[in-house]
Each structure stands twice: as C-alpha cells, then as structure tokens.
Write a protein that binds this ligand. Structure first.
Ligand SMILES: O=C(O)CCC(=O)C(=O)O
Ligand SMILES: [Fe+2]
Length: 279
C-alpha cells in the first residue's frame, strides 16, 4: 500500500491529501483518514471523481450517515444535503463561524463536502482549530472552563422566527418545527484523539449553564475572539471536485459570502458522532 501523503495545510489548521481518490481508497486508508481528520481537524482533497453515489458510498464507509433536518436534499439521494446559493440570492448557508449540529444531544462527528459548482472567485470556506485555541488558554481559565457546560440551540437560526426565516434562503430550508437544544461540556475530550478541545461556537451556543446572559456573553465573546485568530485558522479555496472532510468536535467553519451574482453548489454528507464528554 502506498502511504498517504498528509501535508499540513496551514500552520494552524487542516491537512491536504493529494495522492488519494476517495472513491477507490482501501479500508486501511479510510482508517487513516479517520485518524488524520481527528488530528488535523479538516482534510482537503482536489480533483476527486466522486459523483453522488460514490460520495454516499464513501460516506457510509467512513461512518453512519445522518440527515440534516433543515437543508434541501437531492431527490435521488435523500442523505445528501444541498448547500446551494443561487445567482440572485444574498444569503448563504453557514456564513458565520459554527460547528455543525452542536444543537443535537449526539452531535455529528463531521461532514464531507463536495464542490459541484464554484464561483469564478471567492466562496472559500474557513476552518478553525479548537484544539490549538484551547491549548493556548491559561491554566487558570482552562480549570474554570472544565467545570462548565453550555447550551446549544438552532431555534434562533432555523426556527419559525429565526434568522433564516427573514432572509432569501427561507424557502430553501425546511424543518422549522424540529428545532432542538442540547447541553455539552465547554471543553470536551475528543472521543478519538483524547485531546481537549473548546466546544462552544458563535452560531449555536446560547449560554453557559447557570450563568446570566451578560455573564455568558462576556465569556463566550472572549473565547470566540480568541479562537478566531488567524494563527488557528485556514482558508480553503474551492475548485470543482474539491472535497473537505472535517471533524466537528475540534473545528469551526464558515462559508465566505463574497461572490454575489454567481452561483455556488456543494453536496454535503453528515456523519454520525457520539455523545460528548468533558474533562
Ligand atoms: O458551503 C460551505 O462552504 C460550508 C457550508 C456549511 O457550513 C456546511 O456545509 O456545513
Ligand atoms: Fe456547516
């Protein structure tokens, strides 16, 4: 077997794998990818021959597929969600820093995103490394964070009077009545790597359990500013047939909305995770 070439993508986050076709990789390589995604947070691939049925086949080899409640899906492949922005649309999906599905009791392990149509420029996705952001906090703050849990929700985004309902994405989304909340430790021990990672995110975390809104905002804003520093992040510029595979337990991401007047279409598979435990 050829060794995987895993090249760190930036000093802070991610790795590029350039000698592998996901559609034809071996079981050992799938294991290596699982390992690498939990270490680097996000893996990038170029020039993949991965039509929807191969996307789904690869996703199922990687883990159990879970269906996102809010996005539209491909008619023939209901497991595959469409992340679509039309030419004339202004709002995009995932335009602010977030972790997918942190509002679920058992949040998704990760996602496998395939670029089907990309704008001529712009439309990058940014990722942040929440291991590194955690590691650099002081021992004093780490100790405080270890004792905390936070509440995550999707109501303010996907609910009937949530953010997206007021945008031009509204009729592209569904599931307004399946909003949910979940509580998770603020610092988790990653189920695969055993490393500690910050597990709060600007889009879904609505407060620290037992703290007032003001107190929660002050702490969360500090952590958000800290983790969004460029030393922890990377920017992936898509080409058609590029793939990103990320681990939600140790990363954030957001899709940059800077290509108005052009369309962009991504296909996303979401992979089931496990219950998260704290320190
Ligand atoms: O379109 C993108 O680059 C990412 C969108 C997003 O947040 C997601 O698919 O989870
Ligand atoms: Fe996302």
């Amino acid at each position: 077997m050829q060794h995987l070439s895993i090249v760190p993508f930036s000093s802070g986050c991610g790795a590029l794998i350039d000698n592998l076709q996901l559609a034809t990789c071996t079981d050992t390589e799938v294991d290596l990818l699982r390992q690498a995604s939990s270490e680097f947070g996000v893996l990038f691939f170029r020039n993949q021959v991965l039509p929807p049925h191969e996307h789904l086949r690869f996703g199922r080899r990687f883990g159990n597929v879970v269906v996102n409640k809010f996005f539209q899906h491909l008619t023939e492949y209901p497991e595959i969600a469409e992340v679509r922005k039309e030419k004339q649309q202004e709002t995009n999906i995932g335009g602010g820093w977030h972790t997918d599905h942190s509002y679920d009791d058992i949040p998704a392990m990760g996602s496998i995103l395939v670029a089907r149509q990309v704008p001529s420029r712009g439309g990058a996705t940014h990722f942040a490394n929440l291991y590194a952001a955690y590691d650099d906090l002081s021992d004093g703050l780490k100790k405080v964070l270890h004792s905390l849990t936070a509440i995550h929700s999707n109501d303010h985004l996907y609910g009937e009077s949530g953010y997206y309902a007021k945008t031009d994405l509204a009729n592209q989304l569904q599931g307004q009545d399946s909003v949910s909340e979940a509580t998770h430790p603020v610092v988790i021990v990653h189920p695969r790597s055993g490393r500690k990672a910050l597990y709060v995110n600007p889009a879904h975390t609505i407060g620290i359990t037992g703290w007032s809104q003001e107190e929660s905002r002050a702490l969360l804003n500090y952590l958000y500013e800290h983790a969004a520093q460029s030393k922890y992040t990377c920017q992936f510029n898509w080409e058609t047939d590029s793939v990103a595979l990320w681990d939600n337990r140790c990363t954030w991401h957001f899709a940059q909305n800077d290509y108005h007047g052009e369309a962009r279409l991504m296909h996303r598979l979401t992979i089931e995770g496990t219950r998260l435990v704290g320190v």
